[in-house]
Design a protein around this ligand. Structure first.
Ligand code: ADE
Length: 219
């Protein structure tokens, strides 16, 4: 078992899951006037839902919790709160995943209070039910065992953070100035359950960037 279970999500899966989500929203009869993407994870699903649900108006708000891939920060914050008049409108707030759900709850509560829409519902691709503080109105997949979903829009960022975490926390590498690439690749698979080859060019680029940011030489 890897220390951190990771699933690589493909672009095709994102389209498939977003379409599945769109169908559930349509079947429910809810017709939002506008979509609010929760930045940054909600952007791609929100844009696809605009297409699939024939919605023109797309806004966004940045709510963040997770400073680092697969590691929690202390709390959620709204980065750039702003006001807009949504009286008389039905909104759909969209994000990639409800994990603890804190970032989404913060966004929803703020939007309700500050924007005053008639109705707000939440739609996400995935809902991690055992850890989530709430159940979203719409979701495509219920996740029963906590997993880090490596979405295609954070592949480079996550891969760098995955590597940096190994360098920081793995006793075999801690404090080393030079490490063998093959050792790192084996450790990566042990830690995350995915092989670096599966990441293609992202792996190469992440290695280059991590070497540039740290004093570790990967040889
Ligand atoms: N953001 C917050 N939790 C996440 C998870 N489990 N997978 C991917 N992105 C996330």
């Amino acid at each position: 078992m890897p220390r951190v279970p990771v699933k690589l999500v493909s672009w095709d899966e994102i389209v498939e899951w977003s379409w599945g989500l769109a169908k559930k929203i349509m079947e429910s009869g809810y017709k939002p006037d506008a979509i609010v993407a929760v930045a940054r994870g909600g952007y791609v699903p929100a844009r696809l839902l605009c297409d699939f649900l024939d919605i023109n108006d797309l806004l966004s708000i940045q709510s963040q919790h997770w400073v680092e891939a697969a590691k929690a920060a202390e709390r959620a914050i709204l980065k750039y709160p702003y006001k807009v008049d949504m009286k008389g409108k039905r909104l759909l707030i969209v994000d990639d995943i409800v994990d603890t759900g804190e970032t989404l709850l913060l966004a929803r509560d703020y939007i309700k209070k500050a924007w005053e829409p008639d109705e707000v519902r939440i739609a996400v691709l995935q809902w991690i039910s055992p850890v989530a503080k709430f159940k979203p109105d719409y979701y495509h997949i219920e996740v029963k065992d906590w997993t880090w979903f490596q979405y295609p829009w954070t592949r480079l960022e996550d891969t760098q953070q995955f590597i940096q975490r190994i360098l920081r926390e793995d006793e075999r590498f801690k404090g080393k100035k030079e490490i063998a690439r093959s050792d790192l690749e084996n450790a990566f698979e042990e830690w995350y359950g995915i092989r670096p080859e599966e990441l293609g060019w992202y792996w190469e680029e992440a290695l280059r960037r991590v070497s540039g940011k740290t004093n570790v030489k990967i040889v």
